[in-house]
Design a protein around this ligand. Structure first.
Ligand code: AP5
Length: 192
């Protein structure tokens, strides 16, 4: 199964991807996690990305595509994957489509986690207290939500137009949201 999780910051993409990884037995590829690992390692890419991420802005499309091509070249993606955090703009959506076509792995579903803005802000504020992620400061969160609305929301429409979009209500307990996703992506049973 090849799945992309779409949604605003705080919508629960990472949380649900971790559960779906166990359920589907395919790797979870989070571009945010890949970038944070580069920052933690102090690599040249990480040094370039660090300040951009802290400000809540997008890292360059070229860096992201290179990172993903590298990740998709690993054999564990052959049976599928859960992609979280990419694509974040229409240029990335096109690049993703071309990459997946080239490796013969078309996307099965694009699942959009629908969560109202007040709840996103509340969840991220909770995480800021618990984990202290650098880009969870109020200024960065404002910027991330603005970039989401300007650049990433059109990606949801892109997948709708490609007939791959599944909208899931992202409000409720972790189990409720997980069950809704699983139901949405389950193959339709043939009658008779
Ligand atoms: P990234 O790590 O992808 O951050 P994000 O998209 O802003 O998403 P979050 O991690 O904030 O939210 P999430 O939807 O995963 O929610 P979560 O499950 O954590 O990217 C970080 C940065 O990296 C970007 O800003 C950018 O700079 C760069 N970057 C990454 N990808 C890029 C790309 N493609 N191009 C360019 N730059 C890129 O949940 C949030 C909180 O809510 C948690 O505390 C969780 O416990 C809680 N929660 C989740 N679900 C529920 C629920 N149902 N009920 C109650 N609480 C819940």
């Amino acid at each position: 199964m090849r799945l992309v999780l779409l949604g605003a910051p705080g919508s629960g993409k990472g949380t649900q991807a971790t559960r779906l990884r166990e359920h589907l037995q395919v790797p979870h590829i989070s571009t945010g996690d890949l970038l944070r690992a580069e920052v933690a390692a102090g690599s040249p890419l990480g040094l370039e990305a660090k300040a951009v991420m802290a400000r809540g802005e997008l890292v360059s499309d070229g860096i992201l595509l290179g990172m993903l091509e590298d990740r998709f070249s690993r054999p564990d993606t052959r049976n599928g994957f859960i992609l979280d955090g990419y694509p974040r703009n229409l240029a990335q959506a096109d690049a993703m489509g071309t990459l997946l076509e080239r490796i013969g792995q078309p996307m099965d579903h694009a699942v959009f986690l629908d969560v109202p803005t007040e709840l996103l802000v509340e969840r991220i504020a909770g995480r800021a207290k618990a984990e202290g992620r650098e880009d969870d400061s109020p200024e960065s969160v404002r910027k991330r939500l603005q970039i989401y609305n300007d650049s990433t929301a059109p990606v949801v429409e892109y997948y709708r137009q490609h007939g791959q979009l599944k909208v899931v209500d992202g409000v409720g307990s972790l189990d409720d949201v997980f069950n809704r996703i699983v139901e949405t992506i389950a193959p339709v049973k043939e009658v008779g």
